[in-house]
Design a protein around this ligand. Sequence first.
Ligand code: ATP
Ligand code: MN
Length: 300
Amino acid sequence: MTERIEGVTISHPERVIFADAGPGKAGLTKAGLARYYQQIAPLMLEEAADRPLSLLRLPDGMAGERFFQKHPGKGFPKAIRQMRITESDGEDAAYAYVADAAGLVAAVQMGTVEFHIWPARRDRLERPDRLVFDLDPDEGLGFDAVRAAALSLRGRLLDLGLEPWAMLTGGKGVHLVVPLRRSLGWGDLKRFARDFATLCAQDEPDRYTVELAKASRKGRIFIDWLRNERGSTAVAPFSVRARPGAPVAAPVGWDELAGIASARAFGTQAARERGWAGIRRVRQSLTRPIFAALDRALTG
Ligand code: ATP
Ligand code: MN
């Protein structure tokens, strides 16, 4: 049996991808997941279209194997578009991107559950347009600590003249996303990300760490600033997560965040019903005065 969704032929539409999610918790099938992406596409594509993608594929659902795929394989359909990118080693490689709902649905047909995006769009790959701080709490730290940290980092960014929006990851943490005009390159993006995270950890060493090693977290929140390198990715807003219950990476308003108790607060049904306003696409840049203020704070 097959089913057509958004012009894409879905094989095994009845295959259970999540046993424990979906309307009435009856489970989310492959066709159900495809329909979710078809319906959320107008919102999701605003952020996810025309960016190099990595796909987390679970062809047999949560019960089977999973693999994170950076380069489209042979047999990928045309609806998942491809582009060539010169990587840091000088070699050209194929990358996938989507431009429409059919692209998202075609990726589901290939077993995709999660979509991960570059912080740059394909027409100007050397000019990133978003900065991401991924707050990763140590084991045992509750969502209260993550929420408070997100609000605190937001305050620090506002002090520097930058306005972020927030996204629940669907896992444990929150991503702060600073939308940017495409004026600077990767070196500046990374420098700002590193220096900002370092400043946070310098001011509140008991609360934050910038060390990747899990052993160095010790009850702290890792501010992962490494999402901001050329070739790195972060989960796309509105992506379903391959975690129990099929939680969604959900943008939330700052006022709304205060009343949210978990990074897994929204599932596919809730995501569709909200049509929400968490994303604020402010036109702003990392300017010389911003870098100067950050430098002063770091050395001061
Ligand atoms: P959580 O709140 O649970 O931390 P998250 O999406 O932030 O959710 P992380 O484990 O912190 O998950 O991962 C951060 C990012 O690293 C992901 O969003 C993804 O884009 C990227 N990533 C995840 N798995 C891989 C992988 N196998 N290879 C390369 N990058 C990955
Ligand atoms: Mn994270």
